[in-house]
Design a protein around this ligand. Sequence first.
Ligand SMILES: [Cu+2]
Length: 142
Amino acid sequence: MVEDPWVRTTEGATDSTMTAAFMSLVNPGDANVSLTGASTSVAMMCQVHEMVKGSDGKAVMQEAKNGVVIPAGSHAHLTPGGFHVMIMGLKQALPVGSEVTLELTFSNGTTKTVVAPVKVFTEETDHYHPSASSSMPMGNNG
Ligand SMILES: [Cu+2]
């Protein structure tokens, strides 16, 4: 189950080709499940990202190869500064008040469609997505 999904607006963003989605994931089952991917019609691609500490002590984000594990009978949170669904290669602006439909893919083969409202996130946006574009393929798409 997915609770409180939201997507960061592109309004005022330094890089309006990408944003991120956040949410809470609840797993009422008796087996661990991972969020492994996502897709949306408003962008070229999505990736599950995690924040890790780089060698210089700064937080950097990278693809979460194993996705976000939602323990059996528990929950996981996608939050600014932690796990998030990176939305890359945006085809349109995402003003506050609009909505993004995301299709989430889980390790047990299920998918779930959620409608996430677009909201403002002002806190530390600058280092939140540092120089991500250098490692991302979308620069080639013009
Ligand atoms: Cu990211």
